[in-house]
Design a protein around this ligand. Sequence first.
Ligand SMILES: [Ca+2]
Ligand SMILES: [Ca+2]
Length: 105
Amino acid sequence: MISTVDLSEMPGPEIDPDTFGADSGAVRLTDVAFDIDGDGVLDTQTLEVDDALVVATDTDGDGSADHIVIVGSGVDGGEYSAWEFHRDADGRERWECTDGGTLGG
Ligand SMILES: [Ca+2]
Ligand SMILES: [Ca+2]
């Protein structure tokens, strides 16, 4: 039997906005709370890590994030980056940076 206490003690996704990159591996979502694409299935979890906001979306419903956007990382907290998860034919998992830059300015 799973109690609410057990769930609350589950570790969240391990994402370090400052070091997230191509080799960070699959990010397991633990507490999806938003339905970004409006299909009625919750798919997106947001996390605050230090001063950064991480938005992780599981588009295919397998429990692992397929898209991640990190806002507010970097030395001055003014950077954002967008990542897309890929699993190669040989099973290698990698994140591809699809967008990024500096906020404001
Ligand atoms: Ca959805
Ligand atoms: Ca997924």
